[in-house]
Design a protein around this ligand. Structure first.
Ligand code: UD1
Ligand code: CA
Length: 453
């Protein structure tokens, strides 16, 4: 059986007061549209169709290959929006799932159940409803005396009695496709706004004597639709609780979930502990048994196992196992720390590889550098990598000892076992096992290197 979703995303979202189309506003680091598509994917078999209108170019650019799009111009209501997909889908799908792109909390499982309900339904529509005290402008579900669904009364056409109805239209439907295409043609034009409402299909089915199945959802949170930035913040908070809970249930300790911010795509291994004020963004992935935070921000970074990261900022970095860093360390794009690297306070690393066991305790800047295993970077060391025009590389061998406050003027290479005196300014390559001192540093003697175990 072919099941295709139509996602409505053509509306202006006027109440967001934004230059950005509403459905591209983000929730837990991903556009609302991403969340909606994610839920749809779990319940359908075909590529979804997204109805675009306002901000169509931006929305299409975001979607790329993830969906087919049809343009609704002008926007004459939700029924009219669904009509735009008919030419793409007629004869190509058995069931049509319709939902609105501004409901990022709606779960895939919920849509899946909706589809299962419609497979059993002899009538043409299954839909989601919720019972709530605050109607929030939702359509009211009008039922007959025998309990069957008769119609959906939109708020501003509802009679005073209908206004009192507590059962509301969530905005998730599964239709029998053949019935739908025909019914869309029969939707009356709304006299007040000149629009065609998808919700009127319910009354059409009821008038035809066909059954409309309504599933009452018990999780009100899932049904929050975003019309204003106040709703957006409610959805953000709910999504954050949901994401945090799923990590906790997978074995991650969150000392204070209320101050822990994890975006939707982040992956965390078990027995990792997140301290308060930890922000994990983008494509960040980390293994098991790490201790992160407090006060740490990690963007798009990969972290191994057993690391300790305190009050630090990582962006586009990679660190292997048992690294300990911070407080106040910063890894920028292309920083790669090997196993057991130690990086203390006020260090910054960018586009550099620090091999296993490198120690960099205090106040250093390492950029465009390669540092060999077990090298010690003294306090205040700087790779002077930028000559005003381009970035130049620094290569430091294994078992090197860089004295405090050394300036390494790139491009420059230091051989294995080399050593610099405190305050050295190194402008020329240093041979293996050689001590350099001074300003600019010059070789003064050959060294005996002690082999580390
Ligand atoms: C709609 C429902 C209402 C339901 C509520 C749940 C209708 C007529 N009403 O009302 O019963 O309780 O959602 O949130 O369906 N859109 C288009 N083209 C249009 C108009 C809208 O694509 O011409 C899209 C919007 O971008 C939006 C969605 O459809 O994603 C819903 O439209 P909106 O105007 O927000 O409907 P509501 O008034 O919230
Ligand atoms: Ca809405």
């Amino acid at each position: 059986m072919k099941i295709t979703a139509i996602l409505l995303a053509a509306g202006q979202g006027t109440r967001m007061k934004s230059a950005l189309p509403k459905v591209l506003h983000s929730v837990s680091g991903k556009p609302m549209l991403w969340h909606a598509l994610n839920a749809i994917r779990q319940s359908t078999t075909e590529t979804p169709v997204v109805v675009v209108g306002h901000g169509a170019d931006e929305v299409k650019a975001y979607l790329g290959e993830a969906a087919q799009t049809v343009t609704q111009e002008p926007q004459l209501g939700t029924g009219h929006a669904v009509m735009q997909a008919e030419s793409l889908l007629k004869g190509k799908t058995d069931l049509v799932v319709v939902c609105y792109a501004d409901m990022p909390l709606l779960r895939g499982e919920t849509l899946q159940k909706l589809v299962e309900t419609q497979k059993q339904n002899k009538g043409p529509i299954s839909m989601l409803t919720v019972v709530a005290d605050d109607p929030r402008g939702f359509g009211r579900i009008v039922r007959k005396a025998d309990g069957t669904v008769e119609a959906i009364a939109e708020e501003y056409v509802a009679t005073p009695e209908q206004q009192q109805i507590k059962e509301l239209n969530v905005g998730g439907y599964c239709f029998d496709a053949n019935w739908l295409w025909d019914a869309l043609q029969r939707i009356p034009k709304n006299p007040k706004k000149g629009e065609y409402y998808l919700t009127d299909t319910v009354e059409l089915a009821s008038n035809d004597g066909l059954s409309v199945h309504a599933t009452v959802m018990d999780d009100i949170e899932e049904t929050i639709g975003v019309n204003t930035r106040v709703h957006l913040s409610e959805v953000e908070a709910a999504m954050r609780r949901r994401i945090n809970q799923s990590h906790m249930l997978n074995g991650v300790t969150l000392i204070d979930p209320a101050s822990t911010y994890i975006e939707a795509d982040v992956k965390i291994g078990r027995d990792t502990v997140l301290m308060p004020n930890t922000y994990l963004y983008g494509k960040t992935e980390m293994g098991e048994g790490n201790l992160v935070g407090p006060n740490t921000m990690i963007y798009d970074s990969k972290i191994g196992n057993g690391c300790k990261i305190i009050s630090s900022v990582l962006e586009g970095a990679m660190i292997e196992d048992d690294v300990d860093m911070g407080p106040f360390a910063r890894l920028r794009k292309g920083a790669h720390l090997g196993n057991h690297v130690h990086m203390g306070n006020f260090g910054e690393v960018k586009d550099s590889y620090l091999a296993d066991g490198v120690k960099m305790g205090h106040f250093s800047y390492i950029g465009n550098a390669k540092i060999g295993a077990n090298t010690n970077i003294g306090a205040g060391t700087i790779t002077a990598n930028y000559d005003g025009e381009k970035k130049n590389p620094t290569e430091i061998g294994e078992d090197v000892f860089i004295g405090s406050d050394t300036m390494l003027v790139a491009p420059v290479k230091l051989g294995d076992g080399a050593r610099t005196g405190a305050g050295a300014i190194v402008t020329k390559d240093v041979a293996e096992d050689t001590l350099v001192v001074g300003m600019p540093a010059r070789a003064i003697r050959k060294l005996e290197r002690k082999k580390k175990k």
